[in-house]
Design a protein around this ligand. Structure first.
Ligand code: F6P
Length: 555
């Protein structure tokens, strides 16, 4: 199922523009809530796992929408054939058309249906999961020992982008489930500092390196992996010890073998798993080691339950579709320049960083799937930090700045660390911020708060006004358990899918990261040769920078 549309050609697009111009921009949330006491019930959805404890309440009532806007947004989704495109993706059609690949990360978590999808390699998912289970159990139990017979105490995942951000984010978010006497390090950056700092905390006799790379050709990962091997061999001496300390996660068995990894230490996945959707595959090995295979399986199951919701819920109740289309409302009709994810959970401090890649690498595209240049905005600029830290940093701009920044607030009802009044204080902030953003403070209210003397100070009054009508979604999870986290990640993955379907861009390739990589490879020989007078053939700025670097570098 492919679609040839430009989003602006869909009939509902112009209707949405008209709705924005006539009432959207003037939308008043105070009035809307006053007029409809049931607005919260009407504009919120609950998601509960049937076989897991996954549990989410998604309140989207504090958005600049009414029934007509919402209906038109869903009409837009229908006109863009979102349901058909979703079904094609689930059926294994090669929806990643530029690379001729299926997009089937959903098949990796289809445990209850026994991986019934037909794509090539799906029948290998179960044995690969068993492999992950066996290895993670062995490391955790201590039966997998280092070359000198000692128990493994540290793992170092070496990978970048999708081969790093997912496992890093999940192991941080699920830290309460982690094995306490096992350290997990994540090394991604080619900056030698990253590896050096991780190795400082490791002992070669008790460390397992996980080389995570879908292609096994990524410069950063291979360079870091080679340096890690050198560091290891300095102590271990004998190359035969590598097999106990290095494993590979890759679709490229040939390159992993060339690197020197034993077949038995390879965990494979398939080209229908995109890098930024790969934490559910062998790329999740470090997750299984850190939180245990059973918890890893709960993560998969929670995500699967959300996959079923996305597949089966009518659009009006379909949470990923609702979040995606509401996001389009602001991105395309209110010219929102960015969007923030704000988790009120310290463990989720890498959540926004993870979705920054997932969303921006997926949707940062300027041509449709049939090669037409788009005449509308695509991918949201996604950013965020945990609350309440963010409140003391950048919320000022969200509340009173000149930009509209739609935000998703995410919090657990149950904390993993009950500590006095902390959680109620945290949650009071979680409730208060969207309230303040939505309803603001009028000039009258601001004036009423001032001393009699200041009431005539217009500057002070103006400065204390909160315009309100700043849109938010609020997501309450029962607790950040593995299954709930799985569902939450899947929810945002599908939001990305739906936006890609509507904008008609291929959310599953990433040619935009190539050019810089190619140019860096061309520049490296000049840096290695070290002659400031021969920076290579560049513009005067690039040549000037290279020459300056070479002149001033020491050693
Ligand atoms: O930077 C682009 C990218 O290809 C990402 O899409 C990917 O997640 C990352 O690099 C790492 O790639 P690999 O897993 O092949 O090393």
């Amino acid at each position: 199922m492919t679609s040839n549309h430009l989003a602006t050609e869909l009939p509902s697009w112009s209707k949405l523009q008209q709705l924005h111009d006539t009432k959207g921009a003037k939308y008043d949330l105070r009035q809307a809530f006053k007029a409809d006491p049931k607005r919260f019930e009407k504009y919120s959805e609950q998601f509960k796992g049937t076989k897991t404890d996954a549990s989410l309440l998604v309140d989207y009532s504090k958005n600049l929408i009414d029934d007509e806007v919402l209906k038109t947004l869903l009409d837009l989704a229908r006109e863009a054939k979102v349901e058909e495109q979703r079904d094609a993706m689930y059926a294994g059609v090669k929806v990643n058309s530029s690379e001729g690949r299926s997009v089937l990360h959903i098949a990796l978590r289809d445990l209850p249906e026994k991986f019934k999808s037909k794509a090539e390699g799906v029948d290998e998912v179960k044995p690969e999961l068993e492999h992950i289970k066996a290895f993670s159990d062995a490391v955790r139990s201590g039966s997998h020992k280092g070359y000198s017979g000692k128990q493994i105490k540290s793992i170092v995942n070496i990978g970048i982008g999708g081969s790093n951000l997912g496992p890093l984010m999940v192991t941080q978010a699920l830290k309460p489930y982690a094995k306490k006497d096992l350290e997990a390090h994540y090394v991604s950056n080619i900056d030698g500092t990253h590896l050096a700092e991780a190795l400082r905390a490791c002992d070669p006799e008790t460390t397992v390196f996980i080389i995570a790379s879908k292609t096994f050709t990524t410069q950063e990962t291979i360079t870091n992996a080679n340096s890690a091997r050198d560091w290891f061999l300095k102590t271990a001496k004998d190359e035969s010890h590598i097999s106990k300390h290095f494993v590979a996660l890759s679709t490229n068995v040939k390159e992993a073998t060339a690197f020197g990894i034993d077949k038995a230490n390879m965990f494979k996945f398939w080209d229908w798993v995109g890098g930024r959707y790969s934490l559910w595959s062998a790329i999740g090995l470090s997750i299984a080691i850190v939180i245990g295979y059973e918890n890893f399986e709960q993560l998969l199951l929670g995500a699967h339950e959300l996959d079923v919701h996305f597949k089966e819920a009518p659009l009006e109740k379909n949470i990923p579709v609702l979040l995606a289309t509401i996001g389009i409302w602001y991105n395309n009709f209110f010219d929102a320049q960015s969007y923030a994810q704000l988790p009120y959970d310290q463990y989720m401090h890498r959540f926004a960083a993870y979705f920054q890649q997932a969303s921006m690498e997926s949707l940062g595209k300027g041509v449709t799937k049939n090669g037409k240049r788009v005449d509308y905005q695509t991918g949201e600029v996604l950013w965020g930090e945990p609350g309440t830290d963010g409140q003391h940093a950048f919320y000022q701009l969200i509340h009173q700045g000149t930009k509209l920044i739609p935000c998703d607030f995410i919090a657990p009802i149950e904390t993993q660390n009950p500590l006095g009044k902390h959680h109620d204080i945290l949650l009071s902030n979680f409730f208060a911020q969207p309230e303040a953003l939505a309803f603001g403070k009028t000039a009258e209210e601001a004036k009423g708060e001032l001393s009699a003397q200041d009431q005539s100070n217009d500057f002070l009054i103006q400065s204390k006004i909160f315009t309100g009508n700043r849109p938010t979604n609020s997501i309450l999870a029962q607790k950040i358990t593995p299954a709930t986290l799985g569902a939450l990640i899947a929810l945002y993955e599908h939001k990305i899918a739906v936006q890609g379907f509507i904008w008609n861009v291929n959310a599953y390739d990433q040619f935009g990261v190539e050019l810089g990589k190619v140019l860096a490879k061309k520049i490296l020989p000049a840096l290695e040769a070290g002659d400031p007078n021969k920076p290579g053939d560049h513009d005067s700025s690039t040549s000037g920078l290279i020459s300056y670097y070479l002149k001033n570098r020491k050693g």
